[in-house]
Design a protein around this ligand. Structure first.
Ligand SMILES: [Zn+2]
Ligand SMILES: [Zn+2]
Length: 295
């Protein structure tokens, strides 16, 4: 738990990891100990096709989770990995179903269906816009840049989806498998909730986009009329992303930057921001929907 620059209590949360219950290299008890010692407040244990209920492991709070994956290893044929988070019971999903069936099953159990690592899966906005009920997507997945893969960042997918009106909450998580110093305790969300928040309240805060995704830097994005402002911990780069492929002042480089702002055009429909600290660690805001009028 920490207090952000505006006095808001935030929980440090990793929503995606594997254990020896599927293809992870640590037991649930070992994984919980690693995350507790790294200052996390909550983790979701999301083993493949193995549902774990909410509870406690070794003093660390566990949010119920599982990962349901279909499509094998050929991106040309449609690969979908979908996290079930915060379900109130096991979704009990068959293995020979479609992505939409998985999402429906998760939503029927009150859970949040999260599209995992769309860049790694080679998901396209056209594919996922045909699906209803996706509650969030990963913008960054640590293990996709550890081990045998190098597609951790899903920003292009996120922006293409937003161009089509799908402004998913944007999560960063580890998807920990190896616990080898590269894929654990790296990417997480800072969720604006108190420690007493129920599972339902945690999911509501994610759906409201009441968090930022990060590897360490703090990041806040605001709208005042047509002006969009980022406030952050000291950074070497602050970038804005929208449906404008080019607009003035959307990337500022320097040292110890703690604020940047830009004017949005009347035809822009969404905007989000990223910051990069001097040590290379990043943070990602959620999208602001510019189609909504401000008073
Ligand atoms: Zn996966
Ligand atoms: Zn996974």
């Amino acid at each position: 738990m920490m207090t952000d620059m505006f006095g808001q209590t935030r929980l440090k949360v990793n929503l995606h990891l594997h254990t020896t219950d599927s293809d992870g290299h640590k037991t649930p008890e070992e994984a919980a100990a690693i995350y507790r010692e790294a200052g996390y407040d909550i983790i979701a244990v999301t083993d493949h096709w193995k549902y774990r209920e909410s509870g406690m492991i070794g003093g660390l709070r566990i949010l119920s989770g599982a990962e349901y994956n279909i499509g094998g290893g050929n991106g040309a044929e449609g690969v979908f990995h979908i996290l079930a988070l915060g379900c109130d019971r096991e979704p009990c999903i068959d293995r020979d179903v479609l992505a939409q069936d998985i999402i429906d099953g998760i939503n029927r159990c009150g859970g949040l269906a999260v599209l995992a690592h769309p860049a790694w899966s080679l998901n396209t906005a056209e594919q996922t816009c045909a699906l209803e009920g996706i509650g969030a997507t990963e913008i960054y997945n640590t293990v996709s840049d550890a081990g045998e893969s190098s597609r951790p960042y899903s920003g292009d997918f996120v922006d293409s989806s937003a161009c089509r009106g799908r402004l998913y909450p944007l999560i960063a998580d580890d998807d920990t498998h190896y616990y080898n110093g590269e894929d654990e305790t790296t990417s997480y969300i800072m969720l604006a909730c108190g420690p007493e928040a129920s599972d339902t309240e945690l999911l509501e805060a994610i759906r409201r986009k009441d968090f930022y995704a990060t590897q360490g830097p703090e990041l806040h994005l605001f709208r005042e009329g047509n002006r969009i402002t980022v406030k952050c911990s000291p950074a070497d780069r602050i970038s804005f992303f929208s449906n404008a492929v080019w607009a003035k002042g959307r990337c500022v480089r320097g040292s110890s930057l703690t604020e940047s702002s830009c004017e949005v055009q009347p035809w822009e429909t969404f905007i989000r921001a990223e910051v990069t600290a001097a040590d290379g660690r990043k943070a990602w805001s959620n999208t602001i929907d510019l189609r909504q009028q401000t008073e």
